[in-house]
Design a protein around this ligand. Structure first.
Ligand SMILES: [Zn+2]
Length: 235
């Protein structure tokens, strides 16, 4: 059963306070500061799909995944920048990155994303997507990481944990981070993950993912996971 908005807001406020506290804790630790200084503070956010490739479609609203991906990406950019990270976006508008829609557009689109990632030379890559499943009951976020890569796995576990916490507030059972064989995960040697923020095949998830407030909660949850990851590698 869905909890009241007050309960959800309280939980998010708590998570955010924790995140800010953790951030301060990390940044105030001298060892961590030097570790952060050594690392690039740059994070590439990749809003999946775009243009003629809309991705999956919301069962109830008919909204394109590509639009939600972009909205959540901008919400996440804002939270991460407030925390002091530098954020680089692959896709900045509703358009794809393929140039023309001629044959091979998907390959060109992915290649352009790779170019942007390589040029940015970031500390992390986070690709934002939405899920769809034949069963309308599936709910929750799921994180995929580069195969057999411990750092990507550590990042994925931190993000998965944080998203599980958010969805738990709505009574959704926890999901596990999984290895994945995706182009975007192999563009750079830095930790790279895909975050499937929720299921567009489930009405409750679709509501969360399409509302500004829900998108902000998802963004804060992902950002909290990023802080947890950095706090672990710098401690
Ligand atoms: Zn997708």
């Amino acid at each position: 059963m869905r909890k009241s908005w007050i309960a959800v807001c309280t939980a998010v406020a708590m998570v955010f306070t924790m995140a800010v506290g953790l951030c301060m804790q990390v940044l105030l630790r001298p060892q961590a500061v030097s570790a952060f200084a050594k690392e690039s503070m740059k994070i590439v956010l990749d809003a999946g799909h775009g243009g003629i490739d809309g991705g999956v479609v919301g069962k109830k609203t008919g909204i394109k995944e590509s639009d939600i991906n972009l909205q959540i990406t901008y919400a996440l950019k804002s939270v991460l920048e407030d925390m002091g990270f530098e954020v680089v976006l692959t896709r900045k508008t509703g358009e794809g990155l393929y140039g023309t829609t001629a044959k091979g557009f998907k390959k060109r689109d992915m290649q352009k994303r790779k170019e942007i990632i390589l040029q940015a030379d970031p500390a992390l890559v986070i690709s934002i997507h939405q899920n769809l499943y034949p069963s309308q009951n599936s709910r929750g976020g799921q994180v995929f990481y580069r195969k057999e890569d411990g750092e990507s796995q550590a990042l994925a576990l931190a993000l998965q944990d944080s998203l599980n916490g958010l969805y738990q507030e709505e009574g959704v059972k926890s999901r596990k981070a999984s290895q994945g064989e995706f182009f975007i995960l192999n563009c750079h040697t830095c930790p790279s993950v895909i975050v499937e923020c929720g299921f567009l095949s489930n009405a409750a998830d679709e509501k969360l993912l399409t509302q500004e407030r829900g998108q902000k909660h998802i963004a804060e949850s992902i950002a909290k996971g990023v802080l947890v990851y950095f706090s672990k590698i710098t401690s």
